[in-house]
Design a protein around this ligand. Structure first.
Ligand code: SF4
Length: 184
């Protein structure tokens, strides 16, 4: 029996991430990411990489965003298109339960796209140039309960396919056990 977990793209490829400057946060997430990947390998769990919706839309020079900016029909449609082949792969593995078991999905809490239990919110839009209240605008960003946009689309697609019984959790340094427990 092969056990399979679908993971956010940057759990296997951190090159896709937005450049960050909060070293303590980066280090904590990186330590948990390594622990998660190590445990997956030790437990012979197969990892399938979900697409990165931000890299495939905005590339490697994108700014950091908040989920309010991505919560629009165009970004959601992009997520649907890139997730569709993964849902097909999922269905194919589920069609042979004697050989394959899908344990669930792991996103990245805090991400505007891949957060599962937490995402980031804020009133961000418009040009930075000549703006008098930029500091105030940037300060509106905060972590809050809720899904990032791609994970919300993924949950809807699972629901539409009658597969909403599959666990969807996230890598989150403040709650490390929730992703590690999926691998037990
Ligand atoms: S959009 Fe998702 S996969 Fe891409 S870098 Fe952000 S958290 Fe990782």
């Amino acid at each position: 029996m092969k056990n399979i977990v679908f993971v956010a793209h940057c759990i296997l490829n951190t090159a896709s991430k937005v450049d960050m400057y909060t070293q303590n946060e980066i280090d904590r997430e990186e330590a948990l990411r390594k622990q998660f990947v190590r445990k997956s390998l030790e437990n012979s769990i197969q990892l399938i990489q979900l697409p990165c919706p931000e890299f495939t839309l905005y590339g490697c020079r994108r700014w950091g965003h908040v989920s309010n900016q991505f919560d629009n029909v165009f970004f959601r449609n992009h997520c649907k298109v890139i997730l569709a082949p993964l849902i097909d792969q999922l269905k194919e593995y589920l069609s042979d339960p004697e050989r394959f078991q899908v344990l669930g999905f792991v996103g990245i809490d805090g991400s505007p796209s891949c957060g599962v239990d937490y995402t980031c919110y804020g009133e961000w839009f418009g040009s930075f140039e000549g703006r008098e209240n930029l500091d105030q605008t940037l300060k509106t960003a905060s972590l809050g309960k809720g899904s990032g946009v791609m994970m919300s689309v993924l949950k809807q697609m699972l629901n539409d396919a009658g597969l909403d019984n599959l666990p969807v959790t996230a890598l989150f340094a403040d709650e490390p056990q929730k992703c590690l427990n999926l691998l037990d």
